[in-house]
Design a protein around this ligand. Structure first.
Ligand SMILES: Nc1ncnc2c1ncn2[C@@H]1O[C@H](COP(=O)(O)OP(=O)(O)OP(=O)(O)O)[C@@H](O)[C@H]1O
Ligand SMILES: [Mg+2]
Length: 198
Protein backbone atom coordinates (compact mmCIF):
# COMPACT_ATOMS: atom_id res chain seq x y z
CA UNK A 1 0.00 0.00 0.00
CA UNK A 2 1.17 3.48 -0.83
CA UNK A 3 -0.69 5.99 1.28
CA UNK A 4 -0.45 9.77 0.93
CA UNK A 5 -1.73 11.96 3.75
CA UNK A 6 -2.93 15.39 2.65
CA UNK A 7 -5.13 18.27 3.79
CA UNK A 8 -5.21 21.83 4.99
CA UNK A 9 -2.40 23.20 7.16
CA UNK A 10 -2.48 22.09 10.77
CA UNK A 11 -5.35 19.60 10.50
CA UNK A 12 -3.25 16.69 11.73
CA UNK A 13 -1.57 15.19 8.65
CA UNK A 14 1.70 14.50 10.44
CA UNK A 15 -0.06 13.11 13.50
CA UNK A 16 -2.17 10.78 11.34
CA UNK A 17 0.90 9.73 9.30
CA UNK A 18 2.87 8.90 12.43
CA UNK A 19 0.07 6.95 14.10
CA UNK A 20 -0.73 5.07 10.91
CA UNK A 21 2.90 4.16 10.21
CA UNK A 22 3.46 2.92 13.75
CA UNK A 23 0.26 0.92 14.02
CA UNK A 24 0.79 -0.78 10.67
CA UNK A 25 4.35 -1.65 11.67
CA UNK A 26 3.09 -3.02 14.97
CA UNK A 27 0.76 -5.29 13.02
CA UNK A 28 3.72 -6.71 11.12
CA UNK A 29 4.06 -4.57 8.00
CA UNK A 30 7.39 -3.29 6.81
CA UNK A 31 6.72 0.45 6.86
CA UNK A 32 8.59 3.27 5.19
CA UNK A 33 7.48 6.73 6.32
CA UNK A 34 8.46 9.54 3.97
CA UNK A 35 8.59 13.10 5.25
CA UNK A 36 7.80 15.13 2.15
CA UNK A 37 7.07 18.34 4.03
CA UNK A 38 9.90 20.90 4.08
CA UNK A 39 9.01 21.57 7.73
CA UNK A 40 10.34 18.05 8.48
CA UNK A 41 8.57 17.13 11.71
CA UNK A 42 7.43 13.57 11.06
CA UNK A 43 10.28 12.23 13.24
CA UNK A 44 8.48 13.58 16.29
CA UNK A 45 5.19 11.85 15.46
CA UNK A 46 7.04 8.61 14.84
CA UNK A 47 8.42 8.73 18.35
CA UNK A 48 12.07 9.19 17.43
CA UNK A 49 14.23 10.75 20.15
CA UNK A 50 15.35 14.35 19.74
CA UNK A 51 18.98 13.38 19.16
CA UNK A 52 17.84 11.49 16.05
CA UNK A 53 17.45 14.94 14.53
CA UNK A 54 21.19 15.40 14.40
CA UNK A 55 21.44 12.33 12.18
CA UNK A 56 18.89 13.57 9.70
CA UNK A 57 20.23 15.18 6.55
CA UNK A 58 17.33 15.77 4.17
CA UNK A 59 18.20 14.16 0.85
CA UNK A 60 17.66 17.42 -1.02
CA UNK A 61 20.52 18.97 0.99
CA UNK A 62 22.96 16.11 0.65
CA UNK A 63 25.15 17.64 -2.05
CA UNK A 64 27.65 14.76 -2.09
CA UNK A 65 24.88 12.25 -2.67
CA UNK A 66 23.22 14.36 -5.34
CA UNK A 67 26.51 14.76 -7.16
CA UNK A 68 27.33 11.06 -6.81
CA UNK A 69 23.99 10.01 -8.26
CA UNK A 70 23.23 12.66 -10.86
CA UNK A 71 26.76 13.61 -11.91
CA UNK A 72 26.32 17.30 -11.14
CA UNK A 73 26.92 19.16 -7.89
CA UNK A 74 24.02 21.37 -6.77
CA UNK A 75 24.77 25.02 -7.40
CA UNK A 76 27.39 24.42 -10.08
CA UNK A 77 26.84 26.14 -13.36
CA UNK A 78 26.23 24.07 -16.45
CA UNK A 79 26.74 20.34 -16.67
CA UNK A 80 24.42 17.67 -17.93
CA UNK A 81 22.92 15.58 -15.16
CA UNK A 82 21.20 12.24 -15.16
CA UNK A 83 17.42 12.36 -14.97
CA UNK A 84 17.35 8.68 -14.07
CA UNK A 85 19.82 8.37 -11.18
CA UNK A 86 20.18 5.10 -9.30
CA UNK A 87 17.92 5.30 -6.23
CA UNK A 88 16.98 1.77 -5.22
CA UNK A 89 19.32 1.69 -2.20
CA UNK A 90 18.57 5.15 -0.80
CA UNK A 91 15.76 4.26 1.61
CA UNK A 92 17.95 1.65 3.31
CA UNK A 93 21.07 3.82 3.29
CA UNK A 94 19.56 7.11 4.41
CA UNK A 95 16.53 5.94 6.36
CA UNK A 96 16.49 6.14 10.15
CA UNK A 97 14.82 3.36 12.07
CA UNK A 98 12.39 4.34 14.79
CA UNK A 99 10.02 2.65 17.25
CA UNK A 100 8.15 -0.41 15.91
CA UNK A 101 10.82 -0.62 13.21
CA UNK A 102 9.34 2.14 11.07
CA UNK A 103 11.92 3.50 8.64
CA UNK A 104 11.91 7.27 8.19
CA UNK A 105 13.19 8.99 5.07
CA UNK A 106 13.38 12.79 5.03
CA UNK A 107 13.26 14.39 1.62
CA UNK A 108 13.60 18.07 2.46
CA UNK A 109 12.32 20.58 -0.04
CA UNK A 110 10.51 18.83 -2.86
CA UNK A 111 9.68 21.92 -4.80
CA UNK A 112 8.87 20.17 -8.02
CA UNK A 113 9.10 16.45 -7.64
CA UNK A 114 6.33 16.04 -10.18
CA UNK A 115 7.89 18.30 -12.79
CA UNK A 116 8.85 21.95 -13.16
CA UNK A 117 12.26 23.16 -11.99
CA UNK A 118 15.13 21.27 -13.54
CA UNK A 119 17.95 20.82 -11.08
CA UNK A 120 19.94 17.80 -9.90
CA UNK A 121 18.34 17.72 -6.42
CA UNK A 122 14.85 17.57 -7.87
CA UNK A 123 15.86 14.98 -10.43
CA UNK A 124 17.06 12.78 -7.58
CA UNK A 125 13.93 13.29 -5.44
CA UNK A 126 11.65 12.75 -8.38
CA UNK A 127 13.36 9.48 -9.32
CA UNK A 128 13.38 8.38 -5.69
CA UNK A 129 9.68 9.05 -5.15
CA UNK A 130 8.82 7.30 -8.40
CA UNK A 131 10.87 4.29 -7.34
CA UNK A 132 9.45 4.22 -3.80
CA UNK A 133 5.86 4.68 -4.90
CA UNK A 134 5.83 2.37 -7.89
CA UNK A 135 8.34 -0.38 -7.20
CA UNK A 136 8.25 -1.13 -3.50
CA UNK A 137 6.04 -3.83 -2.13
CA UNK A 138 5.84 -2.67 1.50
CA UNK A 139 3.69 -0.01 3.10
CA UNK A 140 4.75 3.54 2.26
CA UNK A 141 3.21 6.44 4.18
CA UNK A 142 3.80 9.85 2.66
CA UNK A 143 3.36 12.85 4.96
CA UNK A 144 2.74 15.77 2.64
CA UNK A 145 3.07 19.50 2.77
CA UNK A 146 -0.16 21.40 3.49
CA UNK A 147 -2.33 22.43 0.59
CA UNK A 148 -2.57 21.20 -2.93
CA UNK A 149 0.84 21.87 -4.43
CA UNK A 150 2.04 18.28 -4.34
CA UNK A 151 -1.16 17.05 -5.88
CA UNK A 152 -0.96 19.58 -8.64
CA UNK A 153 2.55 18.46 -9.44
CA UNK A 154 1.66 14.84 -9.78
CA UNK A 155 3.66 13.38 -6.88
CA UNK A 156 0.52 11.61 -5.85
CA UNK A 157 0.18 9.73 -9.14
CA UNK A 158 2.07 6.77 -7.71
CA UNK A 159 -0.02 6.30 -4.56
CA UNK A 160 -2.98 3.97 -4.38
CA UNK A 161 -4.67 5.50 -1.35
CA UNK A 162 -5.07 9.11 -0.35
CA UNK A 163 -6.18 10.23 3.08
CA UNK A 164 -7.56 13.75 3.28
CA UNK A 165 -7.44 14.78 6.93
CA UNK A 166 -10.26 17.10 8.00
CA UNK A 167 -11.15 18.88 11.20
CA UNK A 168 -14.57 20.39 11.83
CA UNK A 169 -14.04 23.67 10.01
CA UNK A 170 -15.42 24.87 6.72
CA UNK A 171 -11.98 25.54 5.23
CA UNK A 172 -10.62 22.14 6.17
CA UNK A 173 -13.59 20.44 4.52
CA UNK A 174 -13.31 22.64 1.46
CA UNK A 175 -9.60 21.84 1.07
CA UNK A 176 -10.34 18.13 1.45
CA UNK A 177 -12.95 18.38 -1.30
CA UNK A 178 -10.40 19.99 -3.62
CA UNK A 179 -7.78 17.40 -2.67
CA UNK A 180 -10.31 14.71 -3.57
CA UNK A 181 -11.03 16.21 -6.97
CA UNK A 182 -7.33 16.56 -7.84
CA UNK A 183 -6.51 13.05 -6.62
CA UNK A 184 -9.39 11.65 -8.67
CA UNK A 185 -8.08 13.47 -11.74
CA UNK A 186 -4.67 11.86 -11.12
CA UNK A 187 -6.26 8.41 -10.99
CA UNK A 188 -5.90 7.63 -7.28
CA UNK A 189 -8.20 4.68 -6.68
CA UNK A 190 -9.04 5.05 -3.01
CA UNK A 191 -9.66 8.40 -1.40
CA UNK A 192 -10.82 8.69 2.19
CA UNK A 193 -11.47 11.51 4.59
CA UNK A 194 -10.11 11.14 8.11
CA UNK A 195 -11.94 13.17 10.73
CA UNK A 196 -9.65 14.65 13.35
CA UNK A 197 -10.40 16.65 16.50
CA UNK A 198 -14.03 15.62 16.43
N1 LIG B 1 -6.60 14.76 17.63
C1 LIG B 1 -5.75 15.65 18.17
N2 LIG B 1 -5.84 16.00 19.45
C2 LIG B 1 -4.99 16.90 19.99
N3 LIG B 1 -3.99 17.49 19.33
C3 LIG B 1 -3.86 17.19 18.05
C4 LIG B 1 -4.71 16.25 17.39
N4 LIG B 1 -4.32 16.16 16.10
C5 LIG B 1 -3.27 16.99 15.95
N5 LIG B 1 -2.97 17.62 17.12
C6 LIG B 1 -1.91 18.62 17.34
O1 LIG B 1 -2.13 19.69 16.45
C7 LIG B 1 -0.91 20.19 15.93
C8 LIG B 1 -0.93 20.08 14.41
O2 LIG B 1 -0.93 18.70 14.05
P1 LIG B 1 -0.02 18.14 12.86
O3 LIG B 1 1.36 18.67 12.97
O4 LIG B 1 -0.20 16.67 12.83
O5 LIG B 1 -0.78 18.83 11.64
P2 LIG B 1 -0.31 18.92 10.14
O6 LIG B 1 -1.54 18.87 9.32
O7 LIG B 1 0.75 17.94 9.86
O8 LIG B 1 0.31 20.40 10.14
P3 LIG B 1 1.19 21.06 8.96
O9 LIG B 1 0.21 21.53 7.93
O10 LIG B 1 1.87 22.21 9.66
O11 LIG B 1 2.13 20.03 8.45
C9 LIG B 1 0.18 19.37 16.57
O12 LIG B 1 0.67 20.07 17.68
C10 LIG B 1 -0.53 18.10 16.99
O13 LIG B 1 0.08 17.51 18.10
MG1 LIG C 1 2.67 18.21 9.02
Amino acid sequence: MKIAVAGKGGVGKTTVSGVLARSMARQGSKVLAIDADPAMNLWLSLGLPKDALTNIIPLSENDDLIEERTGVRPGSIGGVFSLTPKVNDLAERYGIRGPEGVMLLVLGTVKSAGGGCMCPANALLKALLRHLLLDRRDVVVLDMEAGLEHLGRGVVKGVDTLLAVVEPSYRAIETAARVKKLAQDLGVKRIYAVGNRI
